[in-house]
Design a protein around this ligand. Structure first.
Ligand code: NAG
Length: 492
């Protein structure tokens, strides 16, 4: 009963955000992400699959050319077919660019809601029982409440307009399957996640390390080889099926690959709360290094940052360890890799929310900071009101729970640590949280009340992402520390 109530409330909140604007609303000639998704439905329903990723007379790739992997294209086709039945004009080839009626907006919004209900909700329920099946009720509830109502993904999927919950849901489902011992199903689901959005590759080192560790722990070398072969086969078969329409000719295959690998983009886009963008205020990376050297620098720092937790996971794979590794590896990519988008913070955030009962403070603070880090984007989309409302809802849902769900964890911690140290740490943490909230509120107030100085028009944006960066770095380091120090339970 309670679960249905929570899911129902989740649907209601999602519907309510849908009445707010989306990215690029009423902004010709290019509009925004909403138009990109609508255009992909137009292309996939009107042209044969071989032409989806190719420049042709009726497919102008300079106008929101498809740059997500095939499963995204199939999803566009499926939703496109449904929307076409209700409102054919919304997807007319070439004539529908910038088509924005209120009825078509509702249809598009409903397709995002449907994705949540079909993919994300079941995945969250599966994760709740796979990772915290025997945990106290308050902990089990927090997994669901935290993941359903964290403001960052709500604002991006249901406000800004994207379908992140499909690839994130598939990745969560994969983790749940693997935690439940169904490694092959998990590998297939994770491959589907990567085939929906290439960004899911942020999790790939975690899945690789966990599954490799599990295979290596088999008793005989024969069973080690057999298990690795089975997983390899599952991965290859999933990719082959997903890519089937583009495997007929080498040129088709290379064209799709070329479209989905962002080769010619820069170090970062707009304001991202990562290492490169934040430090670029002091160090001009882009004039110091060539693009090739920067790509190498990014790759090395990403690998080095993620390596310690991954090595531990290979040596001692555990279900919760997999989630920590997913978060750590996604943080490594977000903070240090090349070409990062502000929305990519959703990737480290998802596994942190699933680990909510083990991270009572982080799982309450991080979603708010993640939404805050995207504020410059959200403001541009006209989503400032939805942002404020969702943050208030988040505070209302998350804070009373802290006492209930956090109490047991704190108790357990108290037993291991001398009380004096514990109280000092608690006091320090409280102080830090107040400082963080105060600074964030101050920045919001300043950006509302004051004009940015003329020579630094993006001063407030840069301040907001820099503050967020400090939080993200602290959480990423904290996760690594927890993972290296903890012996997570081998079963849930
Ligand atoms: C393709 O789209 C771009 C961006 O909207 C536009 O500038 C260009 O003129 C278009 N090319 C053709 C051939 O229609």
């Amino acid at each position: 009963m309670k679960t249905w109530l929570l899911l129902g409330l989740g649907v209601l909140v999602r519907l309510a955000i849908g009445f707010h604007p989306y990215s690029g609303a009423g902004k010709p000639p290019m509009y925004g992400d909403y138009e990109a998704q609508r255009h992909w439905m137009e292309i996939t329903t009107k042209l044969p699959a071989r032409e989806w990723y190719t420049e042709t007379k009726s497919n102008n790739l300079s106008y929101w050319g498809l740059d997500y992997p095939p499963l995204s294209a199939y999803q566009s086709w499926l939703y496109g077919k449904a929307i076409e039945r209700c409102e054919p004009a919304a997807l007319a080839l070439s004539d529908s660019h910038g088509y924005e009626t209120s009825s078509s907006k509702h249809l598009m919004r409903l397709s995002v809601l449907a994705s949540d209900i079909i993919v994300l909700f079941p995945a969250l329920l599966a994760c709740r029982s796979a990772f915290y099946g025997k945990a106290p009720m308050a902990h089990r509830d927090w997994v669901l409440v935290g993941s359903l109502f964290q403001p960052a993904i709500l604002l991006i999927d249901h406000g800004h307009f994207q379908y992140n919950s499909i690839s994130l849901g598939l990745a969560a489902g994969a983790a749940a399957a693997i935690a439940g011992g169904r490694d092959i199903l998990g590998s297939v689901l994770f491959c589907l996640a990567m085939n929906h959005k290439q960004m899911a590759v942020y999790y790939a080192p975690a899945f690789f390390a966990h599954l490799l560790g599990k295979c290596l722990a088999r008793p005989t070398s024969k069973s080690v080889v057999a298990d690795i072969a089975k997983l390899g086969l599952a991965v290859t078969a999933t990719f082959a099926i997903m890519w089937a329409p583009f495997l007929g000719r080498t040129s088709d295959f290379l064209q799709v690959l070329h479209r989905i690998v962002p080769v010619r983009r820069g170090l970062y886009e707009d304001y991202v709360a990562n290492f490169w963008c934040t430090t670029s205020l002091a160090i001009k990376w882009r004039s110091l290094f060539s693009q090739q050297a920067l790509i190498r620098l990014c790759t090395v720092s990403t690998v080095l940052f993620a390596a310690p937790v991954l090595v531990k996971e290979v040596l001692r794979p555990t279900p919760r360890g997999l989630l920590v590794c997913m978060a750590s590896s996604a943080f490594a990519f977000y903070l240090f890799s090349y070409q990062v988008h502000e929305k990519s913070i959703l990737l480290p955030l998802m596994p942190v929310m699933l680990l909510g009962p083990d991270l009572p403070v982080t799982s309450r603070w991080l979603p708010a900071v993640a939404a805050f880090s995207m504020y410059p984007l959200l403001k541009k989309d006209g989503l400032a009101l939805a942002y404020a409302a969702l943050l208030m809802l988040w505070v209302a849902l998350a804070w009373p729970g802290e006492r209930m769900a956090g109490a047991q964890v704190l108790e357990a911690e108290k037993k291991k640590i001398p009380v004096g140290v514990h109280l000092a740490w608690d006091g320090l943490l409280g102080l830090l949280l107040k400082a963080s909230g105060g600074l964030a509120a101050g920045m919001h107030a300043a950006s509302c009340l004051m004009q940015a100085p003329e020579q630094y028009p993006y001063l407030f944006d840069a301040m907001m992402t820099s503050l967020s960066f400090l939080h993200f770095l602290a959480v990423a380091v904290h996760l690594q520390w927890e993972h290296l120090r903890h012996k997570w339970p081998t079963v849930h």
